[in-house]
Write a protein that binds this ligand. Structure first.
Ligand SMILES: CCCCCC/C=C\CCCCCCCC(=O)NCCO
Length: 570
C-alpha cells in the first residue's frame, strides 16, 4: 500500500515536471518565432529608411546635419528646408548612429506622411507651429499609436498601442515629427539597455559600455547625432543616468507636470513612486524650450484633468536669476567614484562665479530611503516582474539579477542578518527592502510620506531652494554592471521618491587623475568593489551633474542646469 502511494507521488511529480518542461519548450518556440518575425520587420524597416533617406541630395543632408536644435527649428520656420527633406536627412542620421549603437528599434514610417502634410499646410500659408518639422525620437515604452510598447518582453510583440502618450501627442500638435523608436532594457527597471528582441545598445563614447537606461536608446541615438530631441521616461533615474553616461541632457519633471496617461510603466499599479516622461537632448536649453512650449498652455491638463494647470513660470527661469543651492557629493549610502564627485565641486564653483549661493547640504537618512525606494518601486516583492520574466526569454543576466527576489523574504532577511554580522551593513539594509505583508507595505508608504515633509523641512531650515549633487555613482559601466548594482541609483531615485523635478547636464569628462584616484576608492563590500571595477578604464567618458527641486520648480532646475552647462560643457 505504502509502496503504491510512493510510486503514485513519484509518477505524479515526474509527469508534472515533464508537462511543465514541454509547455516551456512550446512557449520558448512561440516567443522565438515572434522575435524572428520582428527581426525581419526591423530589417525591412531599416531598408525602407535607407531608401527614403536617398530622397534628399548629399549637399542638403550635409547642411541639415550641421544644424543644432535651434538652428534647425529656425531653418524650418524660414522654409530653408521642407519637413520632408529634414525627415529624410534624419533617417540617414539615425541609421548612421545605429551602426555603432544599435539604438534604433523601429522607424515610424508615418513620419514621411506627417512631414508631407505639414509641407502641404505650409504651402497653403497656414500658421507654422513652433516645432514645425522637427524630428523626434521616442523611447520604445512611450505610447505611440500603432506601435508596440514591449518593454523588452517578446510576449508583447504585435500588441500595438491605440493611443499616443500625451507628451507625444502634444509635441505632434506643436509640429514635431516622431520618426524613430529607441531601445530599452527588459522590464524597464534597470539602468542598462538590452533585451532579447533587439539586443544590447552601445554607448557611442565606448563600445562595451552601456548608454544607461532605461532611456538608453534615446541617450545613445542623441549622443551619436541621430536625433536632436527625444522623449524618455524615469522612475529611478532612467532619463538622468543615460544623460550622465552619454554626455547629453535631460529632465524628469515632478510626475504631475506631464500626463502619464497610456504610458506603460515597469510595474503598473504603483503608488508614490511614479514614472515621469521628459525631454532628452544634446543641450539642457533644448529641454527647457520643450518644457516651456508644453507648459505655455493648459494642453496637458485639458487632456488629462489629473494634471494641475501649472503654466511655465518664466520668473524662475529668467537669465541672471540667483538661487540658494544646497550641494553634496556623498549621500551617505554610496560614495561616488572620483570623477562623479569632482564634477559636482566644479559645478559648485561655476555656479558661485555666476552669483548663486552654494551651501553644503546633507540629505537625511538616505540608506533608509534607498530601502523604502526598492520596496515601493517593486511593490509586490518582485512578483509582477518575475511573472513576466518567467513567461518570457530574458537575457541570462536579467535572470541572475532577479535571483535574490526568488528567495523567500524571510530567508532574504536571514541572509542579510548574517551579512550584517560580517560587517556588510549595506547588504543587511537592503535585505530588508521587500515587504512581507500589506501591513509592512503600508508602513513603508507612510514612511515615504513623512520623509517628503521632513526633507522639505530640512531644505527650508538650511535656506536652500534647489539641490546640486552627483548624477550617479560611476561613469558608464559595462552593459551588465547595472544589473549587478541595482542599489546604485540612490542619487537619482531619491528624487522620484520625493517627486522632485530633477535634471542632468554634461559637466565634464573622466580624467587620468580620476583614474589614478580610483585606487583609493573604498572596497569595503562587494558593491563598492563592483563600482570600482566598473569605473576602471573610463578616461574620456562623459560625466554629468544633477540638479533637483521640489515639485513645480522645474524652471529653476532648468535655469541652474543651463548655467552649469554654459560654464562647463567642453
Ligand atoms: C531587471 C532586474 C530588476 C531587479 C529589481 C531590483 C529592484 C530595484 C531596482 C531599482 C532600479 C531602478 C532603476 C530605475 C530605472 C528607471 O527609472 N526606469 C524607468 C521606467 O519607466
Amino acid at each position: 500500500m505504502s509502496l503504491l502511494f510512493v510510486a503514485t507521488i513519484i509518477v505524479g511529480a515526474l509527469s508534472y515536471y515533464f508537462i511543465r518542461r514541454e509547455r516551456r519548450k512550446t512557449r520558448v518556440a512561440e516567443l522565438e518565432e515572434k522575435i524572428r518575425v520582428r527581426t525581419k520587420e526591423r530589417e525591412a524597416d531599416f531598408k525602407w529608411a535607407e531608401e527614403e533617406s536617398k530622397k534628399i541630395s548629399e549637399e542638403q543632408r550635409k547642411k541639415i546635419g550641421e544644424l543644432d536644435f535651434e538652428q534647425l527649428r529656425a531653418a524650418l520656420q524660414r522654409g530653408d528646408f521642407t519637413c520632408s527633406e529634414v525627415v529624410s536627412a534624419f533617417y540617414s542620421f539615425a541609421l548612421k548612429a545605429n551602426e555603432n549603437t544599435n539604438a534604433v528599434v523601429l522607424f515610424i514610417r508615418e513620419s514621411r506622411k506627417w512631414a508631407a502634410e505639414w509641407d502641404e499646410r505650409a504651402k497653403k500659408g497656414e500658421k507654422k507651429p513652433p516645432l514645425l518639422g522637427v524630428p523626434i525620437s521616442i523611447k520604445e515604452c512611450t505610447s505611440m499609436k500603432g506601435f508596440d510598447q514591449t518593454r523588452g518582453y517578446a510576449a508583447s510583440i504585435h500588441k500595438p498601442s491605440e493611443h499616443d502618450a500625451p507628451l507625444v501627442a502634444q509635441l505632434k500638435e506643436l509640429g514635431a515629427i516622431p520618426f524613430v523608436q529607441t531601445n530599452v532594457p527588459m522590464s524597464l527597471l534597470s539602468y542598462t539597455c538590452g533585451n532579447s528582441i533587439y539586443g544590447w545598445t552601445e554607448n557611442p563614447a565606448k563600445k562595451g559600455r552601456t548608454p544607461g537606461g532605461s532611456s538608453g536608446g534615446e541617450s545613445a541615438i542623441i549622443a551619436a547625432g541621430g536625433s536632436l530631441l527625444g522623449v524618455g521616461g524615469d522612475v529611478g533615474g532612467s532619463i538622468r543616468i543615460p544623460a550622465h553616461y552619454t554626455g547629453i541632457a535631460g529632465i524628469k519633471p515632478s510626475h504631475r507636470r506631464f500626463s502619464s496617461k497610456y504610458c506603460t510603466g515597469s510595474v503598473p499599479g504603483r503608488p508614490l513612486i511614479n514614472s515621469s516622461e521628459g525631454p532628452m537632448a544634446p543641450s539642457i536649453d533644448t529641454c527647457a524650450e520643450i518644457c516651456k512650449l508644453s507648459w505655455s498652455s493648459t494642453w496637458q491638463s485639458d487632456h488629462d484633468p489629473y494634471i494641475p494647470p501649472v503654466l511655465w513660470r518664466q520668473e524662475l527661469y529668467e537669465e541672471g536669476k540667483k538661487y540658494r543651492i544646497g550641494y553634496y557629493t556623498d549621500d551617505g549610502w554610496f560614495t561616488p567614484t572620483p570623477g562623479c564627485a569632482r564634477v559636482v565641486e566644479e559645478a559648485k564653483k561655476a555656479l558661485e562665479a555666476k552669483g548663486h549661493t552654494l551651501i553644503p547640504f546633507h540629505p537625511p537618512d538616505v540608506p533608509e530611503i534607498n530601502r523604502l525606494f526598492v520596496c515601493s518601486v517593486c511593490v509586490d516583492g518582485g512578483a509582477y516582474l518575475m511573472g513576466l520574466m518567467e513567461n518570457d526569454i530574458p537575457p541570462p543576466v536579467f535572470l541572475k539579477a532577479l535571483m535574490p527576489l526568488r528567495v523567500p523574504i524571510l530567508i532574504q532577511r536571514l541572509a542579510g542578518f548574517v551579512a550584517g554580522l560580517l560587517g556588510y551593513g549595506r547588504i543587511q539594509k537592503l535585505s530588508k527592502a521587500m515587504a512581507r505583508s500589506t501591513s509592512e507595505l503600508r508602513s513603508s508608504y507612510a514612511a515615504i510620506e513623512e520623509y517628503r515633509h521632513r526633507f522639505i523641512h530640512e531644505m527650508q531650515k538650511a535656506g536652500v531652494d534647489i539641490l546640486l549633487c552627483p548624477a550617479n555613482i560611476m561613469p558608464a559601466p559595462p552593459h551588465e554592471g547595472p544589473l549587478h548594482l541595482s542599489c546604485g541609483v540612490s542619487y537619482t531615485a531619491i528624487f522620484n521618491l520625493l517627486d522632485f523635478g530633477a535634471g542632468v547636464c554634461r559637466a565634464g569628462t573622466w580624467s587620468t587623475e580620476d583614474e589614478r584616484k580610483l585606487a583609493d576608492y573604498p572596497t569595503t563590500d562587494i558593491w563598492y568593489k563592483m563600482a570600482k571595477d566598473f569605473s576602471k578604464d573610463s578616461v574620456g567618458l562623459p560625466l554629468g551633474v544633477q540638479v533637483a527641486a521640489p515639485p513645480y520648480m522645474e524652471e529653476g532646475v532648468l535655469r541652474v542646469l543651463s548655467d552649469i552647462e554654459h560654464a562647463l560643457k567642453k
